[in-house]
Design a protein around this ligand. Structure first.
Ligand SMILES: [Ca+2]
Length: 251
């Protein structure tokens, strides 16, 4: 909680952090992990609204639209997060035949041709290079057949691939969703990372949909809080420029 001291000017954002949602499988129970819940970055995407930021598109708070931000560093770093869709990826309020609200992906059940696409989730970091970044993901998804291919990529600002990664078993929730946990380690800590989920081939009549995407990250060793205050202000200064760039890529 001490990171909140670095974000006094953003105090109003803290109100959005009251939505507490632990992971079903907490990272510290499964893989090497140092920080405690709610962790440094903790972004829970349930997709009640389209996660794509619309320039001048109405009220909307900072960060990814509809995201539940819970991490101690999120009040500062959320400002330059964004989500992009590529190819046939889109947002659905709901889809026929399923009880779930808010999904992203590809519903090709009425299509005549295969479709494909991806979602990119961009998260920013404090620019502290001599550290290690760990990423923990818990995602709920639905695919029409086991042979619909899926791929996960993590790219970072240094152009490095993860030095370690782990894909947990896919299990089925009470609601009938597929759930999986995934862990990545990036070294050194990048300025940002982008998590891409690719559905390259959704056949006509099929679907591949994500109901929820919950991601936490930590930067180890933890930066000192005084340093964070300085970096946080610098980060706000970049915000305008980075937002502009992200809009261009969305458009
Ligand atoms: Ca949802």
């Amino acid at each position: 909680m001490r990171w909140f001291h670095a974000s006094g000017i953003l105090g109003m954002i803290v109100a959005s952090l009251v939505w507490a949602s632990p992971f079903e499988w907490a990272p510290e129970d499964y893989k090497p992990w140092s920080t405690e819940f709610p962790y440094q970055r903790n972004v829970d995407l349930t997709f009640e609204v389209p996660p794509i930021w619309v320039p001048n598109g109405g009220p909307g708070g900072p960060g990814i639209p509809g995201a539940h931000y819970e991490g101690t560093a999120d009040p500062i770093l959320m400002l330059s997060d964004f989500v992009e869709f590529q190819g046939n990826f889109t947002w659905y309020d709901s889809v026929n035949g399923f009880p779930f609200q808010g999904l992203i992906g590809i519903d090709n059940r009425t299509g005549n041709l295969p479709q494909g696409g991806s979602v990119v989730i961009h998260l920013d970091n404090f620019p502290i290079p001599n550290t290690e970044k760990k990423i923990w993901i818990e995602w709920d998804f639905l695919v029409s057949a086991e042979n619909v291919p899926m791929a996960f990529y993590v790219a970072d600002s240094n152009g490095n691939l993860p030095v370690e990664q782990w894909f947990g078993p896919i299990r089925t929730t009470q609601d009938g969703l597929s759930r999986q946990n995934i862990w990545f380690v990036l070294k050194p800590n990048p300025l940002w990372e982008e998590i891409t989920v690719l559905f390259p081939f959704v056949p006509a009549g099929g679907y591949a949909l994500i109901d929820r995407f919950h991601v936490a990250t930590e930067c180890i060793p933890e930066p000192a809080s005084g340093l964070l205050a300085v970096i946080g202000c610098a980060g706000l200064a970049w915000f305008g420029v980075r937002r502009k760039r992200s809009h261009q890529t969305v458009n």
